[in-house]
Design a protein around this ligand. Structure first.
Ligand code: ATP
Ligand code: SF4
Ligand code: MG
Length: 353
């Protein structure tokens, strides 16, 4: 059985005087013990909303969250127990620790709340700080957050998160605010924690390289929907969805720079139209160089029904999309994709080719 299962999750945000905004749109996935599942996607795609919904920090509009096969309690003691089992490491190590309290207090509190015996608490605080390489633990415990570096603060946040011995750890961009030189150290620490404690780890990130290196599987999110999922290598090296290709080809590398023009430059005028209304059609349509008429009307329900398939978000077969790909720009100006077979035949007789 999966450690955590999310079924058909919907989260709407309602604002005063503004229409409801659907941040998470019928998302389903499961997480297994001892495995890392990466969640990637651009800013505003709904990644943190999923984390907050699982951690019960945001109201769920509809759908189910199951821990060990049982529905997540919404209040009372059940919720407290659930929060012990599902812990979060937030993006900002400066904001996530209270500056008025010592490091020891931050690690001690979850231990007391979740039932560690009084006599064992101090020894456990020291053991946890040593586990995250904050030594000498007795001295570090007395320090305050402002006396630590960003990397050390994030280590405290990780020690605090694993203190109640959770089954699930949600790491929401845990290294994005840290210096590049210590990102790998923190990622290695999270990876070690996952292995040693058999955690189900959800790793939210923008960084495809670390997602591939540290994850078993990757999910790609776009405007509230999971548009692609699969093993880390499949998604990064053999992306199927046009949006995943865009992400993969946006990563800085020489080969990617050459390939990227076909997809990123194909519709330059529409690149900014990320929030364009799409009705019932595919949400990526305003930016997709392979968009067809059917993409305007294809009912969303068909996508929901196929969430377990790798390429859940695009119904156009990849071979058909290749035929419709916009020709490579020869003068820096992208040309529109050929509309039909006749256009392709004309192009094949073009003497410049
Ligand atoms: N409390 C809120 N009220 C209204 N809208 C919100 C609220 N929180 C988030 N949103 C909106 O929901 C969408 C998803 O936000 P979310 O923080 O989940 O994105 P994200 O993928 O985590 O982005 P980033 O990578 O920048 O952290 C955004 O458009 C955001 O503006
Ligand atoms: S469904 Fe159409 S618009 Fe959407 S990603 Fe696939 S080809 Fe592009
Ligand atoms: Mg976020």
């Amino acid at each position: 059985m999966s450690a955590l299962e999310v079924q058909d999750l919907v989260v709407d945000y309602a604002g005063r005087g503004v229409p409801r905004f659907r941040a998470v749109d019928h998302v389903s996935f499961s997480m297994n013990q001892g495995e890392t599942l990466a969640l990637v996607g651009e800013s505003g795609s709904g990644k943190s909303t999923i984390v907050r919904a699982i951690a019960q920090l945001t109201k769920v509009t509809s759908g189910r969250i199951l821990l060990d096969g049982k529905d997540a309690p919404r209040h009372g003691r059940g919720l407290r127990r659930y929060r012990g089992e599902v812990q979060v490491v937030f993006q900002d190590p400066f904001a996530s620790l209270n500056p008025s309290f010592s490091v020891g207090h931050h690690v001690r509190r979850p231990l007391i709340i979740h039932g560690t015996r009084r006599g064992e608490v101090e020894a456990e605080v020291r053991r946890l700080l040593e586990t995250v390489s904050l030594t000498p633990a007795a001295d570090v415990a007395k320090k305050f957050p402002h006396e630590l570096s960003g990397g050390q603060r994030q280590r405290v946040a990780i020690a605090r998160a694993v203190a109640p011995d959770p089954a699930v750890l949600l790491a929401d961009e845990p290294v994005s605010m840290l210096d590049v030189s210590i990102r790998l150290e923190i990622m290695n620490l999270l990876d070690r924690m996952k292995r040693d404690r058999r955690l189900a780890l959800l790793y939210v990130t923008h960084d495809l390289a670390t997602a591939r290196h540290f994850s078993t599987n990757i999910m790609v999110m776009y405007r509230g929907e999971i548009v692609e999922r699969g093993t880390a290598d499949d998604v990064i090296l053999r992306p199927k969805h046009p949006y995943t290709r865009l992400l993969a080809e946006s990563a800085p590398s020489r080969a990617a720079t050459a390939r990227r023009k076909t997809i990123i430059d194909a519709k330059p005028a529409q690149r900014e139209r990320r929030d364009a209304p799409v009705g019932d059609g595919c949400k990526f349509r305003p930016r997709c160089p392979f968009a067809m008429e059917i993409c305007k009307t294809r009912p969303r329900s068909s996508r929901r029904a196929t969430v377990r398939r790798r390429n859940a978000g695009c119904s156009i077969p990849i071979a058909r999309r290749r035929r419709r790909r916009a020709p490579r720009p020869r003068d820096g100006v992208a040309r529109p994709a050929p509309a039909c077979g006749a256009a392709r035949r004309r192009r094949s007789h073009d003497p410049r080719r």
